[in-house]
Write a protein that binds this ligand. Sequence first.
Ligand SMILES: Nc1ncnc2c1ncn2[C@@H]1O[C@H](COP(=O)(O)OP(=O)(O)O)[C@@H](O)[C@H]1O
Ligand SMILES: [Mg+2]
Length: 354
Amino acid sequence: MKKTVLLLFGGCSSEHDVSRVSAASVLRHLDREKYELYTVGITKDGAWRLCGADPDVIETGDWENGAVPAVLSPDRRDKALLILRDGGIETVRIDVAFPVLHGKNGEDGTVQGLFELAGIPYVGCGVLSSAMCMDKAVTNIMADAAGIPQAKWASFTEPEYRAGAVDLDAIADRLGYPIFVKPANAGSSVGITKAHDRDELERALDLAFRNDRKAVLEQTVVGREIECAVMGNDDPVAACVGEILPTAEFYDYDAKYNDDSTGLAIPADLPPAVTEAVRAAAVAVYRTMNCTGLARCDFFLGADGTVYLNEINTLPGFTSISMFPKLFGQAGVPYGELLDRLIAYAEERANGSF
Ligand SMILES: Nc1ncnc2c1ncn2[C@@H]1O[C@H](COP(=O)(O)OP(=O)(O)O)[C@@H](O)[C@H]1O
Ligand SMILES: [Mg+2]
């Protein structure tokens, strides 16, 4: 019997376009012999539409033509997608949902909450874990509590800042310029600035607050940028370690998606002991953040060999050139099998709870 998989893509997020490319790639690798696919795109303004599972059409953005309204029923007796067609409602029972969504409303626990209500197993981290990993201030608080090395940091909300309750110079003295300024919740480097002085810091905060009501400031870590993919539930496994070789001043949106010169080294050229230290750190972070299913843990490797946490992505990029599938590919798990395992983890985690 084929499993019925609901694949969600797009979404109300600054990473809508990236999600379409990830979803196209997932669709090219999902085994159609094993899975009956329903593909729902969420438009930038939040409409849910069932479309065909043709990756090319999803990738170009033409998927909305002929797509029909479809929503998830929160009634857990249904566990169903409701397709609104020809004035009637068609009900399709869903075995597993796969949110190929990045950033807000997809990677932050919101859609995960809907799956919980609906009683439908889903790929990836749960509500709390997704929300914690999405919020860079909460991630930093958790890492401090667990004793995981990271950059010195500060965080405050826009109302606190506008009310004059934040002593920027004191923070700058503690962190030292240049300072990374980020919206606490965003992704794909959107709204992030490397500020070199007080003037740039103020402009960087204005930009960050256009993306979120909370900002995170971080000391600049000088080091190599390395990433490790992890998957699993109770016994998570780390893939090999990759390195970002950027040519821009930092790994910004253009470097991620538009700049062909940004190189990835897979595996990273590291001594075996360092690789093992990074893999162990990735699993420790994964456990600390209560992750299940999958996550990509991003670090900086300092000149003294310290492994500093940068961030955790609970629905990392899944394009054919993305780090997550490539790291597991290098570790001997081909893309198609990786998807099979993620779907199996979703069912395993839900077992008995829905
Ligand atoms: N504290 C830091 N020190 C040095 N570089 C940083 C720091 N924080 C972020 N960066 C750079 O900015 C990029 C984007 O920041 P990141 O926190 O990963 O945000 P996003 O969630 O948007 O990917 C990183 O990949 C890295 O190149
Ligand atoms: Mg990042």
